[in-house]
Design a protein around this ligand. Structure first.
Ligand SMILES: [Zn+2]
Length: 395
């Protein structure tokens, strides 16, 4: 299906019961129940999270190739689950693509692998365990269930859906990454290398197909071999696992653009697996994707602001960034609104999600009001007496 057409149809299939980025488990469950009533998706069985929330395994189609789509192993990464519910709505429709998918693939869906984490907006499960580092130890019931499911359905492909922090950008243009993908590293064995090769080809296909809708914002996720992670374990076992990370875009707090991009990515992947077209793509396209880098960036850079003082005037750039009031490094910064000055000086070498040229402004206040750690509750003023509050520039 032509990507521009698919992208244009997105609003028809967007799950309106889940309009916002953060949702509660019960709301998702209502959506899954809706699908089960329609009978294209069948309920197979469920596992339980540590706090006994059901994790439902659904099945769609009856083709010989098997694909598992699983989302939100990390509880604070809900965009991937939202995109998956949008895809499920598409899969309920009479679109021609669905007939091909149903005939060629059996699709298994595990939406929200970490429901306890989702309730608390926490990356980890209720035991404080990172499920994606528990593939070998299997302490968490969620990891045990996931391992059991994969053993039983023995998928050819896994789409492992995650979200990433908003500071990730693509080189060299330093645009916020809309989607990042990875074919995880693996053990060196013929079956693992073949599985990884197919994962790379599939990513090559997805990235090239998505280019018209997310130009220069599709990245290769950078990672080292992590044997305790699920993706790496799957590939080592001969399953072509593709990590898909939903990114972000400027001012898009609900991450609607990333949600739509991942919707397109999942359906592109299903089509490419259904007709085996991924096999015609070179691994080089994947290898040459721009790297997804966590750029040392600010939320806002105020450029060239004049600071007046009794000791003399000067101009500086101010770097302003959100601070996480948490001990957990993996919490997403965009859940917080405590903005602070984190750098002062000439900041040309630092990226920023937003830059404001303050050349015509000076600080309303004293030089000693501007310091590292200062809240962004100051005001700037220009020669005509027009004032701007820094906070208003952040929104
Ligand atoms: Zn994740």
């Amino acid at each position: 299906m032509d990507i521009v057409t698919l992208h244009g149809k997105y609003d028809i299939y967007k799950e309106n019961a889940l309009p916002q980025r953060r949702f509660k488990y019960n709301k998702l469950n209502e959506v899954l129940q809706k699908h089960l009533h329609k009978k294209n998706f069948n309920f197979l069985y469920c596992g339980y999270s540590f706090e006994k929330r059901p994790i439902n395994l659904l099945k769609y189609g009856s083709g010989p190739t098997t694909v598992l789509i699983m989302s939100q192993m990390h509880g604070n990464e809900p965009v991937s689950t939202l995109a998956l519910t949008d895809v499920m709505n598409f899969m309920e429709s009479e679109e021609e693509l669905n007939h091909i998918i149903k005939e060629k693939i059996t699709v298994y869906v595990l939406a929200l692998v970490n429901p306890d984490g989702n309730e608390k907006n926490d990356r980890r499960n209720a035991q404080g365990i990172d499920i994606n580092r528990d593939a070998k130890s299997l302490i968490s019931p969620e990891a045990v269930f996931l391992t059991k499911v994969v053993k039983e359905i023995n998928p050819n492909f896994v789409l492992n859906l995650h979200d990433e922090e908003l500071y990730y950008m693509t080189k060299p243009l330093l645009l916020q990454t809309a989607i990042a993908m990875l074919a995880p590293e693996c053990e060196i064995s013929p079956k693992a290398l073949k599985a990884r090769s197919n994962a790379m080809k599939l990513i090559s296909c997805i990235s090239q197909t998505l280019e018209p809708i997310a130009k220069n914002r599709i990245a290769r996720y950078d990672d080292v071999y992590t044997p305790e992670a699920f993706g790496d374990t799957f590939i080592s076992n001969g399953i072509s696992s593709v990590l898909i990370e939903a990114g972000s875009s400027e001012g898009d707090k609900e991450r609607c653009f990333a949600r739509k991009t991942v919707f397109c990515a999942i359906l592109t992947a299903l089509e490419a697996v259904a007709n085996s077209s991924y096999d015609f793509f070179s691994e080089d396209i994947y290898q040459n994707l721009p790297l997804n880098i966590r750029y040392k960036s600010f939320d806002l850079k105020l450029k060239n602001l004049e600071i007046k003082s009794e000791y003399g005037s000067y101009r500086v750039d101010l770097g302003i960034r959100r601070i996480k009031p948490t001990f957990n490094d993996e919490d997403f910064t965009d859940d917080f609104t405590d903005y602070r000055i984190v750098n002062i000086g000439k900041l040309d070498n630092y990226g920023a999600l937003k830059t404001f040229d303050a050349s015509e402004f000076c600080l309303k206040g004293n030089y000693s009001d501007i310091y590292i750690g200062k809240k962004s509750d100051f005001t700037i003023i220009n020669n005509f007496g027009i004032e701007k509050e820094c906070q208003s520039l952040l929104l």
